[in-house]
Write a protein that binds this ligand. Structure first.
Ligand SMILES: NC(=O)c1ccc[n+]([C@@H]2O[C@H](COP(=O)([O-])OP(=O)(O)OC[C@H]3O[C@@H](n4cnc5c(N)ncnc54)[C@H](O)[C@@H]3O)[C@@H](O)[C@H]2O)c1
Length: 264
């Protein structure tokens, strides 16, 4: 079998569910050796089981990405286990509340969301980047969001955190480029995962599932496997001349202002 990331060592955070789990399983099928991490031990074990079923090497580690030492230890553990680190997926994230207008926003909510979504990605980039700089090679893929590109797809703190992840992607691509390390991001549109379960349940209970994704040009929402495919591409040698980019994987959502009534 030809694989696009043969024997590559990959760390994936937020691997216990949704996009992270789909990425772990896809990477495993493509020949990678994995260190998967999540704050939720039970869900992480289920991902470990699914990955192990493919025959891939996998180690699972419970980690809170908002804790710098835990992320540093995660990267250390991957290097101890496999002797190198080729791919880092900073994927863990939370919506975290803060859905009201900014006039009502609480600093604590912002801090909680930024701690996980932004600092979590920064810690992963910092420690994976150190290893990759020494190796002179590596690929980092951050999971940002369409919410980081335009307003209206999440709470204020979530949107700001994802815009910052896009910028982190650019600044760290600049810091790491000369060492042969690429840094890119995917920006998912609405995708059915643990994070969006409530939205999907709510719509289905009311028979309005078809409305989900209706604002996307493809007129549907995304599947975690479609995000995994984009993450795989950015992590693989097929993307060897791509760095500092944020790829929207959103069914065309951000390509259009999609203003009702403007097209007749
Ligand atoms: N689902 C969508 O529509 C959508 C859209 C845009 C962006 N995203 C982003 O995709 C990424 C993956 O989310 P998902 O949709 O698969 O949701 P998910 O909730 O299914 O998965 C997120 C995972 O991250 C883990 N996690 C949360 N906080 C953590 C922490 N502090 N430390 C370690 N792990 C932690 C959760 O336990 C969970 O397993 C997130 O960064 C999210 O913001 C999702």
């Amino acid at each position: 079998m030809t694989t696009s990331i043969p024997d590559r060592v990959a760390v994936i955070t937020g691997a216990g569910s949704g996009i992270g789990r789909a990425t772990a399983v896809r990477f495993a099928r493509e020949g990678a050796r994995l260190m998967i991490a999540d704050i939720d031990e039970t869900n992480l074990e289920e991902t470990r089981r699914q990955v192990a079923e493919t025959g891939a090497e996998v180690v699972a580690r419970t980690v809170n990405v908002a804790n710098e030492q835990e992320v540093a230890d995660l990267i250390d553990a991957a290097c101890q286990q496999y002797g190198r680190l080729d791919i880092m997926c900073n994927n863990a994230g939370i919506t975290g509340g803060g859905y009201g207008p900014v006039m009502e926003d609480e600093a604590d909510t912002w801090r909680r969301v930024l701690d996980v979504n932004l600092l979590g990605a920064m810690f992963g980039t910092k420690y994976a980047g150190r290893v990759m700089r020494e190796q002179g090679a590596g690929a980092i893929v951050n999971t940002a969001s369409v919410a980081g590109i335009r307003a209206g797809a999440g709470g204020n703190p979530y949107s700001a955190s994802k815009a910052a992840v896009i910028n982190l992607t650019q600044t760290s691509a600049c810091d790491l480029g000369e060492f042969g390390v690429r840094v890119n991001a995917v920006c998912p549109g609405l995708t059915e995962t643990g994070m969006t379960k409530r939205v999907f349940d709510y719509a289905r209970e009311r028979g309005k599932e078809d409305k989900l994704g209706a604002r996307c040009e493809l007129r549907r929402y995304g599947r975690p496997e479609e995000l995994a495919a984009a993450i795989l591409f950015l992590a693989s040698d097929d993307a060897s001349f791509i760095t500092g980019q944020a790829l929207a994987v959103d069914g065309g959502n951000t390509a259009s202002l999609n203003m009702p009534g403007m097209k007749v």
